[in-house]
Design a protein around this ligand. Structure first.
Ligand SMILES: [Zn+2]
Length: 318
């Protein structure tokens, strides 16, 4: 074994000394919320196509991913077809997590009803995962609202860890839901010019937000950390996956499994935030560590996208 060592050391030095480049790719776990789909087009075939295309894209690029399910959505479409979409994720080798049954906030439900909503969101996903020899272990809070006041958050966290769940944090959030619904609307109107315009605004905004997250992590931890990116199960992401893959390559981001990203010791940083707002984990850690995050890149989606979203939905963000 010893004779391999000089080669490894040489490789190490080479990568460390490449001028102007990161020593190695930054890991990012891709997570997709609101499965089977976040869509204003309720046609089952539209939702099926979005899932099939997104999964094909992820496989084409060899990207691992975790999908977070709202079982309440199963009866919003054709139940058997909606369940078949969840099965597609598992058949393709991806993991599923719990995103509650109804996508209500803990701020609305309180701890006891929220926990009941998590349990209500388990049976179909758990049964599918059992059949794929996988264990339901990830939980993602709707709206990233984690419980207010502190006692509510503490009782949820105690319940989650007592029931084998790990919280899936978020360190990259490009508000993709806000672009996705105007995009659905453009697809429904067969307005390909609008589709292209929304997609390009989405990609530009995403790149800006990733830049902000990379810069923020360096401020908090003095290094690049493994990130967790929040996305949604949308037609927009299904149609953008090749562009996102090109962006990741350009930014030296390497998609990995959620469990792998979370082995980064940054995730051991306490999250002491017990306010009402749904904020990301970089913001939470900035409070815990007493370090300010940069203003550059920390901005809302473009005004025309927000206006288009309000026109087509008016619902609150996912
Ligand atoms: Zn959601």
């Amino acid at each position: 074994m010893l004779h391999f060592r000089p080669i490894l050391l040489a490789a190490c030095f080479l990568s460390l000394w490449t001028p102007g480049a990161q020593a190695r790719d930054t890991k990012v776990a891709l997570t997709f919320d609101d499965l089977p789909a976040l869509s204003i087009v309720s046609d089952q075939s539209y939702i099926d196509t979005s899932n099939i295309r997104l999964l094909e894209g992820l496989k084409r690029h060899h990207f691992p991913a975790t999908g977070f399910v709202n079982e309440g959505k199963l009866d919003e479409g054709e139940r058997a077809a909606q369940i078949a979409n969840l099965k597609r994720w598992l058949d393709a080798g991806f993991e599923l997590g719990n995103h509650t049954f109804s996508h209500e906030s803990i701020n609305t439900l309180g701890a006891a009803d929220y926990i009941a909503d998590i349990v209500h969101g388990e049976p179909v996903t758990r049964a599918l995962m059992d059949r794929h020899h996988r264990r339901l272990r990830w939980f993602r809070h709707p709206y990233l609202e984690t419980g207010y006041p502190a006692a509510v958050k503490a009782s949820l966290n105690a319940w989650l860890s007592g029931h084998g769940y790990r919280i899936a944090p978020v360190t990259i959030d490009a508000e993709d839901w806000e672009f996705a619904e105007p995009y659905d609307d453009a697809v429904a109107r067969t307005d390909s010019a609008a589709q292209r315009k929304i997609k390009s605004a989405y990609l530009a905004y995403t790149e800006k937000r990733i830049g902000w997250s990379l810069a923020s992590a360096r401020i908090l931890f003095g290094r690049d950390m493994a990130h967790v990116m929040l996305l949604h199960g949308t037609r927009l992401n299904a149609d953008s996956i090749d562009d996102l893959a090109a962006m990741f390559k350009r930014l030296h981001l390497h998609p990995v499994h959620l469990a792998s990203a979370m082995r980064d010791r940054a995730y051991r940083t306490p999250d002491a935030y017990d306010g009402k707002d749904g904020i990301g984990w970089l913001e939470r850690w900035s409070l815990s560590l007493g370090k300010d995050l940069p203003d550059a890149g920390n901005e809302d989606p473009p005004a025309d996208i927000q206006a288009a979203y309000n026109r087509v939905d008016g619902d609150r963000g996912r």
